[in-house]
Design a protein. Structure first.
Ligand code: TYD
Length: 218
């Protein structure tokens, strides 16, 4: 099985509930990397490849398909398999830093825990999809779902953090609590890789902390 040390580039993933501020933090980090002249690939799951764009459409815009939790789990893995084999792994092999907005921990939290497909099964599928590759660093922006629902309600959102609704915006707060608990359990199991950052702070404060985590990897 390949491990992250087998290739020269580093892989950094960002995770958290929808609305936790990933987009803002990725933007701040890429600007910081630009200033330092560090080359990177900024990508995302799902949707980092042309196939992924199609899968994203199926997953997020076709409610009438009534996709089952297990089928949903496989669709995210199909996106990931394509993403890793055509984009992420070649970039890492070329020595490029890869930043991905979500990776397989999202599948474990959303499909494994919250959708009840089972975290162990989803973790196994994820490792097949990534050809055994795991991120070198995962930044988990942790936020109480109560705060998230206030942020993603356009009537209350002054942060500009959420532009469009996603597949899970209409899910109950209980669902989002399960996602959060799932993420926190995965983080507890992998403390060296997954860093939990309190997301209810200013973007600048969180960014400083992220820079402190990323700098040693460069
Ligand atoms: P997206 O619009 O990219 O939003 P966000 O900025 O919140 O990431 O939507 C991605 C959604 O897909 C998000 O709700 C999490 C979900 N997701 C899964 O359920 N499983 C997965 O494996 C991945 C990668 C994402």
């Amino acid at each position: 099985m390949n491990t992250s040390s087998a290739s020269t580039g580093k892989l950094i993933s960002f995770e958290g509930l929808d609305g936790a501020g990933k987009t803002t933090q990725i933007e701040l980090l890429t600007r910081w990397l630009d200033k330092r002249g560090v080359a990177y690939l900024n990508t995302r799951e799902p949707g980092g490849t042309p196939l992924g764009v199609e899968l994203r459409h199926l997953l997020f815009e076709r409610d009438e398909l009534n996709i089952t939790p297990l089928a949903e789990a496989f669709l995210f893995q199909a996106d990931r398999a394509q993403h890793f084999s055509t984009l992420v792994l070649p970039a890492l092999e070329a020595g490029t830093l890869v930043i991905t907005d979500r990776c397989f921990d999202a599948s474990i939290a959303y499909q494994g825990f919250a959708r009840n497909v089972g975290p162990e099964l989803v973790a196994k599928l994820s490792l097949i999809a990534t050809q055994g590759h795991i991120p070198d660093l995962t930044i988990l922006l942790d936020l109480n779902p109560e705060v998230v629902s206030r942020r993603i309600d356009p009537a209350n959102d002054q942060s500009g953090l959420r532009a469009a609704p996603s597949r899970f915006d209409s899910e109950s707060e209980v669902f989002h609590q399960r996602v959060r608990q799932g993420f926190r359990l995965i983080a507890r199991a992998h403390p060296a890789r997954i860093k939990v950052l309190e997301a209810a702070r200013t973007a600048a404060e969180i960014h400083r902390e992220i820079v402190g985590l990323v700098e040693p990897l460069l």
